[in-house]
Each structure stands twice: as C-alpha cells, then as structure tokens.
Design a protein around this ligand. Sequence first.
Ligand code: FES
Length: 574
Amino acid sequence: MAAKKRGMRRGLTAYGDEEFSLFLRKAFIKAMGYTDDALERPIIGITNTFSGFNACHRNVPDLIEAVKRGVMLAGGLPVEFPVITLHESFAFPTSMYLRNMMSMDTEEMIRGQPVDSTVLIGGCDKTVPALLMGAASANMPAIMLVTGPMLTGNHRGERLGACTDCRRFWARFRAGEIDQQEINEVNEKLAPTAGTCMVMGTASTMALCTEAMGMMLPGGAAIPAVMADRIRNAEATGARAVAIAKEGLTPQKIMTPRAFENALRVLLAISGSTNAIVHLAAMAGRLGIELDLEAFDRMGRETPVLVDLKPTGQHYMEDLYRVGGLTTILREIKPLLNLDALTITGRTLGEEIDAAPATIKQDVVRPFKNPIFGEGGMAVLRGNLAPGGAIVKQSAATPKLMQHEGRAVVFDTLEDLAERIDLPDLDVTADDVLVLRNAGPKGAPGMPEAGYIPIPRKLAQQGVKDMVRISDARMSGTAFGSIVLHITPESAIGGPLALVQNGDRIKLDVANRQLELLVSDAELEARRKKWRAPKSKAGDERGYRKLFLGSVQQADRGCDFEFLAPVPTTRTPT
Ligand code: FES
C-alpha cells in the first residue's frame, strides 16, 4: 500500500504529473523564503479569522504568533491561511445565515491545501461551530483555539458585560429610566477589551462545550483574551497540533456520540446559550450523529444548573477562569460524564479531570447538591404548535410564566414586528403571548436572534419586564426572559405557527413540556387549506441565497445544509 502523503506532497494540484506538481508547488512556496528543510516538516495550518469588523477576534494576530512559536518549537512548519470570519453585529441578515458558508470554506481549505493538521482559531458565536463543522467534514487532524472572553467593563461603579447588560440598559432606556447621555456612556463601556462576550452567551457556551467535547486543550475555554495565559495556551496548542499531525488524531476519533453527550451535559450545567443546541446538532450531523432532543430533555431533568454566570446568575467568564474554568464544573458533574471519551491530548476526559489542579474554595460554580436551578437550564417542548420541538431556557425565565395561558398577539414578520410593537394603540396586555413568525431558517432567512421580542413600549413603561414570547427564531445566549424558541417546523414552510391568529389562546406548560394552540383540529385544517407560503423576495433566485433557501434544514438538524451531512447513523444522547 502506498505511504500516506504528508506535508507538501499532500493534495497536489492536478497537472497530470505528480512530480512536476510538487516541483511547481515548491518553486512557488520558496518565493516565501522557505528552505527545503522547513518544507519537509509537518505542515500545520492556522486559520486566520482576523477581520477589522471582528472585535471578538482582535487578538488573533497575537495568537497566531504564539501558535507559530509552539509549532516551530515542536518541529513543525506553521502556515496561516484566511477563512471567512463572522462577528455577530457585522453579518447581514444574521451571522447564522453565513455560518454554513464559513464551514464550507474551512472544510475545503483544510482539504485543498497541504496541511497535516490545523489550528482552528475562532471565538465569536458562529466561528467556533463553523470551524468545527468544517474540520469534522474534512476529518483531518485539527485542534480548536478560542480567542477567549473579554474582561468586564464598568459604568458608574457597576460591573458591565456584553451583551446581557447591552440588553438590560437598552430596556431601561426604552422604558425611559435612563437618558440619552447615560446610554451613550454605557455604550463605551460594554465591550472594553478584545475577546468574546464575557457572559454565558453563545461564544462562552461553545468554548466550554468544545473543551468538554475534547477538541481543545484542557483549561482553554475560559482564559480571558487579554491574559498572558491565553498566549501560553496558544503556544501549547501549536505544539499539540504538531503531535496530532503525527498521531493522525482526527475529529472523528474525538467528536463521538459520547463526547457530544459530555458537551450537552456541560451545556445544561452552565445554563448555556440555546444556540448551542443548533450548533451541536449541526456539528454532530457532519459526522452522521443525530442529536436526539427527547433524550436531551431527559438529560436536562437530571443535570442541575451549577454555574452562576450572567445572564442567569451574577458572575462573568473571568470569574470562572479565576476558579479553575471548566474543570471545576466537570468535577461537580463527574458522575454524569462519559469519562472514557478521548480528548485532543490523547488522554481521556477523566484523566484530564484528575490531572487538573485542585479546585479552590469558590462561589462561581455551585456544588452538585446545592444547584442554582434543580434541572438543566433548557427544556424541549412539544405540542400541536411545535410538532418538531421547541426550546425554552427555563432557568432564564420568570418561573410563574412557565405555566401560562394567554391570548396570541401575532407579528407576521420581523418588519411587521418593528413597525407595530411600539404603537400606542397595539392591542396587548402583559398576560398576552407575543408571537413572531417567518423568522426561522428559511423564513427570515437565517433564523436570526429575534426571539427576544421586545416588551411593547407601552407595557415596558408600565413596568412590565417579562412576557411569554414564542417564535421560530433563535435568541442570543446573552438574553433572558420567558421565551420559547426554535419552533419546528418553522412557519415559512407551513409549520403550525403559520396558522396562529390574533386572539387565539396559547398554553405553555413547561413542567409537562407542552406548547399548545388551543384551537380545534378542524379549524386548524381549514386555516391550513387557506395558507399560502410567503412570496419569494428579491435576491432569492441567485447566489448563496438560492443555495441557502434550497438546502437549509430545520433547527433540529442544526440548520445545516442537507447536502453537507451524511445520512444519520447514530443517535445521541442515548
Ligand atoms: Fe462576538 Fe458576542 S459578539 S462573542
């Protein structure tokens, strides 16, 4: 059998003469000043996801330098290359719309270039899942390095964090509690350093889940972006990337069903972002693994919320880092974990937990027996309004609204919501259920984070802080409220959400995992006959938009493109 091609000999450009292809490749790369000795080393790719629009990745140049140092100290040749980068506030219509494109870019660049392993540098919400989805599909050795969370800001003596406090202060501004000058002041302080949002938003959640899954060096998730430890972690990641190239340690060997279960356990224990369900489903899907929402819900009933971080708690990521990071959480939920799962170090998760420094006395991660919330942060709902499932982050909701029946106040689209939500004559009370539709994967498109429907201004001004809100959209992990998300199937493809009318009664019963539209089957059938799919919009017929609309799957399949996932072969959790 022919020896596996490595380094410069890998994936030669097709000229019909392999030796000529290698000769030509070397001729060109020598224009970069490399020697033959350097080019014979294991070649370690580094994804450069820096962009002037991505403040969460502001430290990527420093990380690349440190990764390169680690690679060279371990005898490899580091070569950085660009892939698409995404920042939450600089991606229209929403970063989720572009996540799959980033994953395809990553997959093809890993596969199409002569790298023996790749250091995936990401951080902002969609970048970590996109990089891991791409690496999983390419199935070449790869290791994740995150940019790390920001440090907290300060406003008039109060600690601030993006973007939970962005929403909190904006709500106060809308309610007239603070003036224009103060909101301008706050705007300067919410994102005070390089790095990702420092609350338990999607970036922090994905970083911790990735570490739990074993695709990152232990301890890597929580180190703040600006700390020297972050740079040392990057150097160590570079060194490990050389080793996994030699060992052939591919994502398929690490991202197993048992590793995904560990990630889901952590997601529940940290009361992480609901977005992580979608991203983990997409990542698993790339490896032929189907995330079973019912089993996830069962896991939720036995996994308590232990981490006291905003938006549901009081601390920030730098506090979690100070008390030992993910290991402190893993120790508390150890009996629930698959300790034999392999990690990127070549050791098991159990071995890594045992090898980590002892846990100190601390108040950021609660003991298993004294949780913040007795069940996992999330529940999976079913019912005639969500036959394919819906998600509610119960730990971030108002407890009394988790059993609620109210009158539907329906917004047809995001534009309709923007136009009418603040009208003084909007027919709405605090007991109503706000409904937003056509905000799902195809409907918006891209399933934006619009599920955090604002409280109508006239109610906000009366002091209403929370209402039941339901949609086929997503919600930022930094947000909170009694919000039902990811209703599947979405309304744009004829899901039952499309049939709701103003004044219908909706019943939410989280204890029994139900979301019901209290309308008779006969009436719903009559409405269904009259239902028409939304008209296509300008731009739907060409380019990436056409690919997206024709291929994107529903939330339960991670909103991945159907042609990127193999047929599911394994269900997890079991
Ligand atoms: Fe990048 Fe929050 S905007 S992590």
